[in-house]
Design a protein around this ligand. Structure first.
Ligand code: ADP
Ligand code: MG
Length: 677
């Protein structure tokens, strides 16, 4: 059964915890190309005040540097562990408690989004958030109490050109539907989900998905930078409470590597490419619109439904999730405009408020389902055992040597019953030959039945072992190779605490100095001092004014760029529309146009126009008619070819020539199926 991955419901609850989206910024070191092109660094990272300052290249005196403040900042020397411990760890901890969590990487292509999310697998120190989260989750399970049971499952998808693809599915090229259900929220239909047994399994799955993403990329001219990748890890936990009642909680972690945020250059794009570029811009600009609508406090409508990405991230932004955005930037002055644009985008996201709660007894949890199935299989096996003289004693180990992924999570519920084998009382009198033969035959059958029961039991036992393998018991050490990863994480936590302490001390000294300075400034003894003070103040205010002015100019410039982009889209779409209209007006008579208009409606759920009673449209009718012609039979349906017509004359009436074939409002008996109109 393919899994339907779902976001937990978005309904607010009374005991919701309210928290803003946390935003951190990471700058990567200068790369070879930037260095060889002689690029200069345009940014400085202030770790104490958690600020990034950007200097405009060749700035005039009226353009002072701009400073942006965040929840945390990481410079080019920051390592993966520090980033994980500060940024991802608190979220993964919450997911383990049963909350939803989201980590988004946003930024220009080539600034380190994929490095931050997946990282470089070659060494434990360079692995990214996803593998570190694996080590963290399985480290947690290893330390959990024995009365806690866990089920970890994952899925991996990509959104490219407004189409959702399953990176772990059998057919990566297939586009999947995004659906919604009141009880479980928005989900992707037929997305495959894998149950994971340990951190190494998870890494293999991530690698497989990344490989599939890369395959797609070569097919699409290296356009992976234009796709959004969403890796989801769902952790279900059951715990035995009072009165032997099982409590199930489910936390879902979404790890999102967004498409490059840079403006797509439209100049070389045309036709299909241009359409794609427009759609790709669409989901990121809808994301921007969603953020703006969420933070301006006045909007009553948040345009989540306008793109697949925002529909799937509905809970992550303004909903039931603890969310962090990691914005990545390049230090080079050549990327100044994109860097400013990223920092501004990220700055706005800080103001998004989320409401989160623990997902208790969720409708789409599988753990309880599995446990019930295990209990049922156990019972069946016990019943089977009592019928046999010697129950097989060897416990079978699950075959874990298989490097391939295990079959997609499948729950088989059909019951295989063991047939009871009755024992017949033996009689002691002499037997005739016929009786002996009969007895031998019966014995044989009996033996067969026992054999059959044994194989059935074997199957049941295997099923049980496999199901039990899916459920992880608290205290089990499943880290294996990931052990080093977990150790590294713990070391980093200790280091971070140390850092935080020294940072705090430093901050205090700074604050003290600042107060002293203010004191000194206040002790103006002479008018001369006062005047210098005021001049200084004026200077500072002037600086601020210039800062605001240059910020305004930058924003105007960016808006201008955006506007030009939108105009260009409008122009190209209008051109296309004109072509469609030309074709339509030249080949489809007016009355049919209005009829088609009447019978089409916009399906909000799948974002497509749909034609009612599409089975009666010309092309479909033609298919039927030609099928009947070849089979020589009369069609057993009403001829509706005059209702929806194929304008390709093929023995079907042609409205351009035959007047009587025009649509009529009366006199044509309607088929019963047409009542659905
Ligand atoms: P994006 O996914 O944003 O397009 P990548 O993650 O692919 O960018 O990064 C581009 C290049 O920069 C890669 O070669 C990556 O290894 C390197 N890189 C990115 N961030 C860092 C970092 N913080 N430290 C070292 N190298 C980095
Ligand atoms: Mg990338």
């Amino acid at each position: 059964m393919p899994q339907e991955e779902a976001n937990a419901g978005t309904t607010a609850q009374l005991d919701d915890e309210i928290e803003n989206v946390r935003v951190v910024v990471r700058t990567r070191p200068m790369d070879k190309n930037e260095l060889s092109a002689g690029a200069l660094s345009a940014i400085s990272v202030d770790k104490i005040n958690r600020a990034i300052t950007v200097m405009k290249p060749n700035a005039t005196a009226n353009e002072p540097p701009k400073t942006y403040y965040f929840d945390n900042v990481f410079d080019g020397g920051s390592n993966q562990m520090d980033l994980y411990v500060d940024t991802a760890r608190p979220i993964v901890d919450k997911v383990l408690e049963g909350y939803n969590g989201t980590i988004l990487a946003y930024g220009q292509t080539g600034t380190g989004k994929t490095y931050t999310m997946s990282g470089n697998p070659d060494s434990p120190q360079t692995k990214g958030i996803i593998p570190n989260a694996f080590a963290h989750i399985f480290g947690h399970i290893a330390k959990a109490k024995e009365n806690q049971k866990f089920l970890v499952r994952v899925s991996y998808m990509e959104i490219y050109n407004e189409e959702v693809r399953d990176l772990l599915g059998k057919d990566v090229g297939k586009s999947l539907e995004v659906k919604e259900r009141p009880d479980i929220g928005v989900f992707v239909k037929d997305l495959s989900g894998y149950v994971v047994h340990n951190a190494d399994d998870l890494e293999n799955i991530m690698r497989l998905g990344n490989k599939n993403r890369a395959v797609g990329a070569t097919k699409m001219n290296q356009e992976s930078s234009r796709s959004h990748a969403i890796f989801s890890i769902t952790v279900e936990r059951s715990e035995l409470g009072e009165g032997d009642v099982q409590h199930v909680r489910m936390g879902k972690l979404q790890l999102v590597d967004l498409a490059g945020s840079e403006r797509q250059s439209k100049t070389q794009a045309s036709g299909q490419r241009l359409k794609e570029a427009t759609k790709i811009n669409l989901s990121l600009s809808v994301l921007g619109n969603v953020i703006s609508a969420l933070v301006d406090g006045k909007s009553t409508h948040i345009p989540y439904r306008n793109s697949k990405l925002t529909r799937l991230l509905q809970d992550s932004l303004g909903g039931n999730s603890k969310t962090v955005m990691c914005a990545t930037i390049s230090p080079a002055d050549s990327n100044y405009m994109e860097t400013i644009s990223t920092l501004r985008y990220a700055s706005r996201a800080k103001n998004i408020q989320n409401r989160m709660h623990i997902n208790e007894e969720p409708k789409d949890a599988l753990l309880r389902h599995f446990q019930e199935e295990i209990a049922r299989l156990r019972k069946q096996l016990e019943e089977g055992d009592s019928l046999e003289e010697e129950p097989p004693s060897s416990e079978e180990e699950e075959d874990t040597a298989d490097d391939e992924l295990e079959a997609p999570l499948e729950i088989e519920l059909e019951s295989s019953t063991i047939q009871a084998v009755e024992k017949k009382p033996k009689k002691k009198r002499e037997k005739t030959d016929a009786e002996k033969e009969e007895l031998a035959k019966r014995k044989n059958e009996h033996q067969k039945e026992i054999e059959h029961a044994k194989t059935e039991q074997e199957t049941l036992r295997n099923k049980l072992v496999s199901l039990e393998g899916k459920i992880l018991v608290g205290g089990e050490n499943l880290l294996e190779k990931a052990q080093t990863q977990e150790l590294l994480l713990e070391q980093s936590i200790a280091e971070l605490e140390q850092h935080e302490k020294s940072e705090e001390a430093l901050k205090q000294t700074l604050q003290q100095k600042a107060t002293e300075r203010i004191d000194i400034e206040e002790r103006y003894s002479t008018l001369q001092d006062a005047s210098t003070g005021i001049t200084k103040k004026i200077h500072r205010v002037m600086q601020m004014l210039m800062g605001v002015k240059s910020e305004l100019a930058d924003q105007q410039q960016e808006h201008q760029r955006e506007k030009e982009g939108i105009y260009e889209n409008i122009r190209s779409l209008s051109r296309e529309l004109a072509l469609c209209e030309l074709v339509l007006n030249s080949y489809v008579p007016k009355e049919y146009q209005s009829m088609i208009n009447q019978y089409t409606h916009w399906n909000e759920d799948i974002g497509e126009w749909q034609l009612k009673c599409v089975a009666y449209t010309g092309n479909n009718m033609r298919k039927h008619i030609s099928a009947h012609k070849t089979s020589g039979k009369e069609p057993d349906f009403l001829d509706l070819s005059h209702v929806y017509l194929s304008y390709n004359t093929d023995g079907v009436s042609n409205p351009m020539r035959s007047k009587s074939a025009r649509p009529r409002t009366s006199g044509v008996p309607r088929p019963t199926t047409a009542r659905r109109y």
